[in-house]
Design a protein around this ligand. Structure first.
Ligand code: BES
Ligand code: MN
Ligand code: MN
Length: 458
């Protein structure tokens, strides 16, 4: 039996198994979910074993364990490193979910649950593809190393030290992962560029303690006002970031790439409808896709301070806060950008307040040359698996691990995304389309088989 026949026969079981995985609330940010994190890691280890891995290990780290599996039974064939993450974002606000986040439910061909798209469902695609090759075709056609972390949503703090400590053991000819999205329904996609991301927190202190706004108001600096004024100066009227030298190292798009992006089957009208804002905005002189994929940004992610509960409380708070992030594109350097942003923030805020600036995380952008052979094999497998034309896209999201692996191992990184732009990742009602899930399993099986078909040339 071929792996594809095997997959077609087992589809209902796959969904049941994925639901089991999705029922585990493996939320990495909250310590009270530690037992669920452990449960998810154990669950995965068992599935790796039944997918044909000979060696499976759960490796503890300072926070959440890494699950590792290895199969090395295809001498003279390429070795693929598969990456995924089993941790998920918190599910709040719970009342916005049509069905509870950890009670997976299928509606109109979509599987709804926290983690269905990001990333448990997409990771499961690889496990099932490997299992089908292993069980139906009498063994894996390639050598496989699987690294699954539980800290992606909190910045992959311990993954990198694991990689460095195991550099030889993890050597591979390519990195393969599914943690991105397709351009749209029916458009299988390979992502060849991701933006990098730096995340910051700003703390602005005015008076030494909270003050009565009637008694003191008018004579003392209000940190919320001061912070808001500073923030309002971070963009100009053309939506360009005002941080000096922010754009210095930004790689301009080639005419060829610009044309390719313009010719993608993407409809601004549908995008506008999904976003639901009265109008779009962004850096002058660039298309919507260019703004999201190819241009750097500075976004406010949160701003708070003072009284936010019900009713009124007349107070001038001592402190106000903002969380913000910059998305970075080639060839911006995260360390340099962090210094520039900090310098600018300190310049736009007046002497009347004290400023604490923290860099919570940094991550480099990544771009690949998809003319390399392995990308061509991958796109052919997607077209076969889905029976649809596949495309190469860039994306605005960030997976810092990809850039790190690319620079350490100098290997191609193949990002086969099976999510959708409106999948609600990190939001209520996250879902994975079952059509993409099954198309994904078939495509990945075909890809791995093809990689094994002609020796180590890849
Ligand atoms: N899977 C996403 C990244 C992603 C999503 C890339 C869609 C491209 C398209 C990942 O789990 C994620 O959420 N990344 C974070 C950054 C991370 C360091 C917390 C992000 O992009 O905000
Ligand atoms: Mn993810
Ligand atoms: Mn995520």
């Amino acid at each position: 039996m071929t792996a594809i026949d095997f997959i077609e026969q087992h589809q209902p079981e796959y969904v049941e198994e994925l639901k089991e995985f999705l029922r585990i609330p493996s939320i990495s940010t909250r310590t009270e979910y530690k037992p669920d994190i452990e449960r998810a890691a154990n669950w995965l280890a068992a599935k790796l074993a039944s997918s044909g891995m000979q060696r499976v290990e759960i490796i503890p780290t300072a926070i959440h364990p890494i699950v590792y599996g290895e199969s090395a039974q295809a001498p003279d064939r390429p070795t693929i490193l598969v990456y995924g993450h089993y941790d998920v974002q918190p599910a709040e606000p719970l009342e916005k979910w049509l069905t509870p986040p950890f009670e997976p439910s299928v509606r109109k061909g979509n599987l709804y649950a926290r983690g269905s798209a990001d990333d448990k469902g997409q990771l499961h695609i690889h496990l099932k593809a490997l299992e089908a090759l292993h069980k139906a075709e009498g063994g894996l056609p390639i050598n496989v190393k699987v690294v699954i972390e539980g800290e992606e949503e909190i910045g992959s703090k311990n993954l990198w030290s694991f990689v460095i400590a195991n550099e030889r053991r993890l050597r591979a000819d390519a990195l393969v992962l599914s943690d991105t999205s397709m351009l749209g329904r029916g458009v299988p996609s390979i992502t060849y560029a991701l933006r990098g991301m730096n995340y910051y927190q700003v703390e602005v202190t005015g008076p030494a303690r909270d003050l009565h706004s009637g008694v003191f108001g008018g004579a003392v600096p209000n940190p919320i006002t001061v912070l808001a004024e500073g923030i309002s100066r971070l963009h100009d009227k053309n939506f360009r970031v005002t941080v000096p030298h922010f754009y210095d190292d930004v790689a301009e798009l080639s005419r060829g790439e610009k044309k390719e992006i313009e010719s993608l089957p993407w409809k601004e009208k549908e995008f506008r409808k999904f976003v639901g804002a009265s109008d779009l905005c962004g850096e002058k002189g660039f298309s919507v896709l260019e703004r999201m994929w190819c241009r750097p940004t500075l976004e406010l992610n949160g701003i708070w301070g003072g009284y936010t509960d019900r009713g009124a409380k007349t107070v001038i708070p001592s402190v106000a806060y903002a969380k913000m992030s910059t998305r970075l594109v080639p060839n911006q350097n995260p360390d340099k950008i962090a210094r520039l942003v900090e310098g600018h923030i300190r310049r736009v805020l007046p002497k009347s307040v004290r400023v604490k600036f923290k860099v919570l995380s940094k991550g480099r952008p990544w771009i690949a040359d998809y003319r390399q052979g392995i990308f061509q094999k991958a796109i052919a497998s997607l077209e076969k698996g889905f029976g649809k034309k596949a495309v190469f896209i860039r994306e605005g999201g960030s997976i810092p691990f990809v850039a790190q692996m690319q620079s350490l191992f100098k290997i191609p990184c193949v990002l086969l995304g099976f999510g959708l732009p409106d999948e609600n990742a990190h939001a209520p009602n996250e879902y994975l389309s079952l059509e993409n899930y099954f198309g994904g399993i078939k495509s990945v099986a075909l890809f791995y088989r093809d990689l094994g078909a002609n020796g180590n040339s890849g």
